[in-house]
Design a protein around this ligand. Structure first.
Ligand code: A2P
Length: 316
């Protein structure tokens, strides 16, 4: 498996198994299967509510001698309720305990959003700490301390725009190792990718297949399904790949890290094969030229100008 070197010297495989939306009853089997067929990287998060099952899959594979801890790369993410600096270690420890691990390879701040943990719902401005009250840099500094304590090897962010990354770097002096964001041909985020590249931040592409299995409540009525895009289907056919494989090969070809989710053994293997494919220049250009723009993951109930973001747009 091809790897990239992070700005802290650690290495990270460019392809891994996503576990968002993977049902508890299926995910341990999927993780064990993935590690058995050659995956070396699993992407998890506290909020996916399945870290214990992900951990069971990892443990099963390790017990079977399929993979050793030092050859495995595990990511988890700090949930929004743990942004207070004194809560950060607890958030991390809960993920470690659930996963059954004593360190994470990568720990990401899941969103640039700080929930007040005592609130059960987060849909009014007062349910959040504003960026002024609890700056992202304070949370990030506490995450850096986890690295110093040996609980995590690398620290990064997720769903961060350029301006939010710039602020964190200016206020902490630490450049996040990774920014994990939604990325696929409908949301290529070329400018953000260029900026991260310039800064030595690796970018992980989540929802690389368009996350068609999101719950109905997260879907817009007329959203365009990426895997059914006619160009994607036609280019894939020419390249001798399935549409999903094409999207994975494209993500890796443009220098990002892809973490497609699957709980199906055949598709788990199919996706891994795509990570080894060399994409033709024609296919790359054809996908780059897709002009439809769509973001599948919207968190509009968290959009409160002056509270959860500054400026005009949550993403800018
Ligand atoms: P399944 O888990 O049944 O395989 P994303 O990674 O963008 O969130 O997309 C995940 C969705 O894509 C899931 O519905 C998953 O279904 C599906 N999927 C994963 N791999 C493939 C594949 N090779 N072909 C078609 N669909 C896939």
């Amino acid at each position: 498996m091809k790897t990239v070197t992070l700005n802290d010297g650690n290495t990270m495989p460019v392809f891994g198994l996503g576990t968002w939306k993977s049902p508890k009853g299926e995910v341990s089997k999927a993780v064990a299967e993935a590690l058995k067929v050659g995956y070396t990287h699993v992407d998890a998060a506290w909020i996916y509510q399945n870290e214990q099952e992900v951990g069971e899959g990892i443990s099963e594979a390790m017990k079977a001698g399929v993979i050793a801890r030092e050859s495995l790369f595990v990511t988890s993410k700090l949930w929004n309720s743990f942004h207070q600096p004194e809560a950060v270690e607890k958030g991390c420890q809960e993920s470690l305990n659930a996963l059954g691990l004593d360190y994470l390879d990568l720990y990401l701040m899941h969103w640039p959003i700080a929930f007040k943990p005592e609130k059960s719902q987060h849909n009014q401005p007062e349910d959040f700490y504003s960026l002024g009250e609890l700056p992202l840099s304070k949370t990030f500094e506490a995450m850096v301390q986890l690295r110093e304590k040996g609980l995590v090897k690398s620290v990064g962010v997720s769903n961060f725009s350029r301006s939010k990354i710039e602020k964190v770097i200016a206020e902490t002096g630490v450049v996040p190792a990774v920014n994990q964001v939604e990325m696929h041909p409908y949301n290529p985020q070329n400018e953000l990718l260029d900026y991260c590249r310039e800064k030595g931040i690796q970018v992980t592409a989540y929802s690389p297949l368009g996350s068609g299995d999101r719950p109905a409540s997260m879907k817009a009525k007329d959203e365009p399904p990426l895997l059914e895009n006619e160009d994607v289907i036609a280019i894939a056919r020419k390249e001798n790949l399935s549409p999903a494989q094409l999207l994975i090969a494209w993500a890796i070809d443009r220098g990002t890290i892809a973490i497609p989710k699957s709980t199906n053994a055949e598709r788990i293997a199919e996706n891994l094969a795509a990570a080894e494919h060399s994409l033709s220049a024609e296919a790359r250009t054809a996908l780059d030229n897709i002009s439809i723009r769509y973001r599948y993951v919207s968190v509009s109930s968290w959009y409160f100008p002056g509270v959860t973001y500054e400026g005009e747009d949550f993403w800018s």
